[in-house]
Design a protein around this ligand. Sequence first.
Ligand SMILES: [Zn+2]
Length: 110
Amino acid sequence: MEQRMYAYRCTNCGKLYHPSRLVCRQCGGREFEPVPLEGEGTLVTYTRVYNLPEGFMKPWLTFGIVEFPNGVRVAGQVDKEELALGMKVKATVGIVKEGVGKDYYGFIFK
Ligand SMILES: [Zn+2]
């Protein structure tokens, strides 16, 4: 099953949001269209987290904020050994947390 992540563009003024909003902060518009978030982004910041809650499959994870070329910033896992601020990472979507009867999808940057 292919999963994609989206930003939401206000059809009135064009402002992009992620996650989605009910009302545009810029113009008050209520109509949005999905815009796929994919491809390369820039690693803005990251942090390595140990002692993860139950449901995560690894002893530690790196979480980062990545900015896409369209200016949308998203949070996700970073699956790389060598990390540097400003580096280019490729956005993929995968299972970030295994739940009982439900898996959670999110960004995994590689
Ligand atoms: Zn708007």
